[in-house]
Unconditional design. Structure first.
Length: 456
């Protein structure tokens, strides 16, 4: 990276960034009180608020959102007449899953093989640190050239929509000319990337009941309808023989027109075992960015250890359906529910409960803000040009912001490149990527301010 005052400042700040990320990762801020105490999220929110106050932010507030969580807001005034840029991250994290699979403790940031490991290191506590680094570098140079609003969400991973509903009820709070969502990632380490599309999400909980209570499988098995077997049958109906998602009424043949994801690279990134085939048809980019996909994310059933020879009276599963741009998530949810109800066998009783929803997103990559970002990425990543990719995941707030502020330009960048292994054990962040993207964001804010001044 060429030596500039911005780049030199960010490089000098990296030890402090590691210390701060260590403190932030230590909070077990999973927004689910059934798994971790609410106090962990509250302490993380307080930490974020204190960090903003320390940078001179005004109107710092802990926002009690309708889903019972807190988002953190702050405003940093810039020069008179300057445009306003909103910087987004979230401080809540996914649960650590199987802690035994972590090489080092999930909530203790640990350096290993040139990366920093810990839950939230990339997704998305590192994104908040990225914003701080960029703003500090600008303040050390010629000052922050725009008005800056920061919003750090407290329940993004849960998909419960608290911040979306709060923003809709307080539409002036986050109003901005440009919005940088720091919650995606480069296509590959060292390849500067903006995320041009996001799939939306419909999350459902399916319950199947067949009996008044469990029965002895020797005495009743063979005639008594097994709820777990019925659940397995209906879940299997969601994919065809090659693994393609088959929700009746939901198209599954779109084609991704841009940057492609070579299959061998995907197999390596996804750590697919030798001899195991990928699911679906079309290119990998078609499958993960342009088409719907269904994932069974959890099943309630007896564990193998301690299981008894019983016919199960009830079973349930949680199902995540990702939908591409052009598909309404609410309509997709209706189709999913109808499909599940239609495919439950043996007249079993079925209940489908919607527990989350987020609309897909597609950006206008021809806007002035994207040109400013392209220049910033080319400067921070010498020899590389900005790439545009899709992302299979969902950030529900993005569409809410797009609806509230249709004139705002929305850009998605972040630290979650494939090696980060977000949502999995041993999540990590590349400190070099954190440094380069902080420099990128600082350059972007400078470029965007100049673009705004030139256009009046």
């Amino acid at each position: 990276m060429p030596s500039t005052p911005i780049a030199e400042t960010v490089a000098a700040l990296m030890p402090r960034a590691k210390e701060e990320l260590t403190e932030l990762v230590a909070f077990r801020s999973v927004a689910d009180e059934e798994q971790f105490p609410r106090a962990e999220c509250e302490a993380a929110a307080d930490w974020v608020a204190d960090a903003l106050r320390g940078e001179g932010f005004q109107d710092v507030a802990l926002l009690d959102t309708p889903d019972g969580t807190r988002s953190v807001y702050g405003y940093l005034p810039g020069p008179e007449g300057a445009r306003t840029v909103l910087l987004y991250a979230h401080y809540d994290v996914q649960p650590p899953l199987d802690e035994a699979a972590w090489v080092t403790p999930p909530f203790a940031l640990t350096e290993r093989d040139g990366r920093w490991y810990g839950r939230g290191a990339a997704d998305c506590k590192g994104g908040f640190i990225m914003h701080l680094l960029a703003l500090r570098a600008l303040k050390a140079a010629d000052g922050v050239p725009v008005h800056v609003k920061v919003i750090a969400e407290g329940s993004e991973e849960r998909g419960t929509g608290g911040l979306e509903r709060y923003a809709e009820a307080h539409p002036e709070l986050l109003r901005s000319d440009a919005i940088v969502i720091g919650d995606t990632g480069n296509f590959r380490l060292g390849v500067p990337t903006v995320t041009a599309t996001l799939r939306g999400m419909a999350m459902a909980r399916l319950t199947v009941d067949t009996l008044a209570g469990n029965l002895h499988s020797g005495q009743f098995g063979g005639a008594a309808p097994d709820a777990l077997a019925a659940l397995i049958r209906v879940l299997d109906s969601l994919r065809d023989e090659d693994g393609s998602t088959t929700v009746e009424g939901l198209a599954n043949d779109a084609v991704w027109p841009g940057l492609q994801y070579p299959e061998e690279e995907f197999r390596k990134d996804a750590k697919v075992l030798d001899g195991v085939r990928l699911t679906g048809s079309g290119t990998v980019a078609d499958r993960i960015w342009a088409r719907p996909s269904v994932t069974v994310v959890g099943i309630d059933c007896p564990p193998v250890v301690g299981a008894t020879p019983s016919v199960q009276a009830s079973a349930r599963a949680q199902i995540s359906l990702r939908v591409p741009p052009g598909v309404d998530a609410a309509e997709a949810m209706k189709l999913l529910a109808a499909h599940l109800e239609r495919h439950v066998p043996w007249g079993a009783r079925v209940r489908v409960e919607q527990i989350g929803e987020g609309q897909p997103f597609s950006a206008d990559t021809s806007s002035p803000a994207y040109r400013a970002m392209a220049e910033a990425m080319a400067a921070a990543y010498p020899g590389e040009q900005m790439q545009e990719a899709g992302q299979g995941g969902s950030i529900p707030l993005t569409n809410t912001l797009g609806s509230l502020y249709p004139e705002a330009e929305i850009l998605l960048i972040g630290l979650s490149e494939p090696e980060a292994q977000i949502h999995a054990p041993n999540e990590s962040v590349s400190p070099e990527e954190l440094e380069r993207l902080a420099v990128t964001e600082a350059y972007f804010l400078q470029n965007y301010a100049r673009t705004a001044a030139a256009t009046g």
